[in-house]
Design a binder for this molecule. Structure first.
Ligand code: MG
Length: 287
């Protein structure tokens, strides 16, 4: 199933189910995406039943919003694709240093925006705005010390995420947090696709385009640490909660690693695609 948060005629955000380019309103069934994630199997069956007997709205008549507003920071993998680790290394002739344990940083909850929301550009804050398309995992149930073999059972679904980064701010300090956490620097969506619809999340093309020009093109099979390993690692001694978002890392092709470096400018259109999941289209907008 594909779950969305949406807005129709300026009314408050609602939850919906997308079927064949049409939307079924679930506001009477689930008040929030967190409620959807916490539904029991019976609850899910109820939704399927509701979907069969409810009116449908053409998808283009609604505005899709960020599918999930997380309750705590988004957990992100850094350098989880070897080619990206290589391109970010200062000395391109040196042997590439790949992480031997997952490199985890976080983005503030206030970064999260929707699949067509603008990416704010304020030259007073940063001028080195970079792209990082990623597959994001949505945790479905609480767990601690989750064995890798059982980790996928803790996944509710997936979404597309762009870990938009202010490189100048990222490089100024020792921690990534500030450069990763500007408002609107985490477009997500267009929906959460449930795990059952994506039986192999480790064989999906991942692409990022700027103004229609391809900048990143890889496949999730190239991740260094796969999703089960990452969930096992993160949950060791640390409880994962339903609704947690894990960004699985970006492949090579980011702007900062290009010669000369390329960064987003007002008017640029950033397209982020994960095969079988969906597509984001965000306009960089001066504020
Ligand atoms: Mg990233």
């Amino acid at each position: 199933m594909k779950f969305v948060r949406y807005e129709l005629n300026g009314r408050s955000p609602q939850i919906g189910l997308v079927v064949d380019n049409e939307l079924i309103d679930l506001s009477g069934v689930a008040p929030s995406m967190h409620a959807v994630i916490n539904l029991s199997e019976e609850g899910m069956a109820m939704i399927a039943q509701h979907a069969n007997s409810s009116p449908r709205i053409p998808l283009q008549e609604v505005k899709l919003l960020a599918p999930l507003l997380p309750r705590r920071n988004i957990m992100c993998l850094g350098k989880n694709y070897a080619d990206h680790a290589r391109e970010m290394q200062a000395d391109q002739n040196a042997t590439v240093e790949l992480p031997t344990v997952p490199m985890i940083f976080t983005k503030a909850t206030t970064t999260v925006s929707g699949p067509t929301d603008p990416i704010p550009f304020d030259p007073q804050v940063s001028t080195d705005i970079d792209w990082e398309v990623e597959l994001a995992v949505i945790i479905g149930k609480e767990g601690k010390n989750i064995p890798a073999e059982q980790a996928m059972e803790y996944v509710f679904g997936f979404t597309v995420l762009n870990d938009v980064t202010a490189r100048d701010l990222q490089q100024q300090g020792k921690q990534f947090f500030k450069g990763k956490s500007l408002d609107g620097y985490c477009p997500t969506g267009p929906w959460i696709i449930t795990r059952d619809e994506l039986p192999n999340p480790h064989d999906l093309d991942v692409r990022c385009l700027v103004n229609g020009v391809e900048k990143q093109a890889s496949n999730t099979r190239n991740m260094i640490f796969d999703i089960p390993f990452t969930i096992a690692y993160l949950s060791r001694g640390m409880t994962l909660l339903p609704g947690d978002i894990i960004a699985t890392g970006t492949p090579d092709g980011v702007g900062a690693a290009r010669t000369p470096p390329e960064f987003l400018r007002p008017g640029d259109v950033l397209t982020s695609i994960v095969e079988g999941v969906g597509e984001l289209r965000n306009l960089v907008t001066a504020v």
